[in-house]
Design a binder for this molecule. Structure first.
Ligand SMILES: CC(C)(COP(=O)(O)OP(=O)(O)OC[C@H]1O[C@@H](n2cnc3c(N)ncnc32)[C@H](O)[C@@H]1OP(=O)(O)O)[C@@H](O)C(=O)NCCC(=O)NCCS
Length: 160
């Protein structure tokens, strides 16, 4: 089982490893080798990841029984989710649900009215199960390589 806690700087190397395993071992189901290569190059350095995760957004790190990071996500003040990555050790097991539930609960507490992100094929599939809708498919190029994702969003009901 996983536990959810906020990001701490010492997580950065492990989360970068999670990012790469997620892209290279999971996303290959939906994206080709060139797409995987350019996506992988987008991974922040540990310093960049610390800067992003400490910029005021709310962060969530999933750790396993050995306290090792196995997934992470975040939400910005306007409801934008930048990261949603899971280690292949937990992907497909239902445990990412716990990570997402923590995010949605916090977003509701903060009065965020809408969650949104640019979701990969895999994230889109996961997000649709969370009640998100697809706004549009986005086709673009990354370093000359055609790739796509989906703008997805979910309206949150304000707490009364
Ligand atoms: C997005 C992610 C966190 C979702 O978590 P999850 O536990 O895999 O979620 P789900 O079990 O709902 O699976 C979502 C899709 O991922 C794929 N998937 C899940 N487990 C997989 C596995 N072990 N091997 C290959 N693909 C897998 C499937 O295509 C699945 O879609 P389906 O259920 O319609 O077949 C995770 O798949 C991930 O880290 N993916 C790679 C990185 C990524 O795309 N991040 C989003 C960036 S926008």
């Amino acid at each position: 089982m996983i536990t959810i806690r906020p990001f701490q700087d010492s997580d950065a190397p492990a989360l970068i490893a999670v990012f790469h395993r997620a892209v290279h071992e999971l996303a290959t189901r939906a994206y080709g080798p060139e797409q995987i290569a350019v996506w992988s190059e987008l991974c922040p350095t540990p310093e960049q990841l610390c800067e992003i995760m400490n910029d005021g957004r709310v962060t969530f790190v999933a750790t396993n029984e050995n306290d090792e990071p196995v997934g992470f996500t975040d939400v910005e003040a306007d409801g934008h989710i930048r990261f949603l990555y899971a280690s292949p050790d937990i992907a497909g097991t239902g445990q990412v649900q716990t990570l997402y539930d923590a995010l949605e609960t916090k977003a509701m507490e903060l009065g965020i009215g809408k969650l949104y992100c640019e979701a990969s094929e895999l994230a889109k599939s996961f997000m649709l199960k969370q009640g998100f809708s697809v706004v549009e498919r986005r086709d673009f190029e990354l370093r000359g390589v055609p790739i796509h994702n989906y703008a997805v969003e979910k309206r949150l009901r304000p707490r009364t």
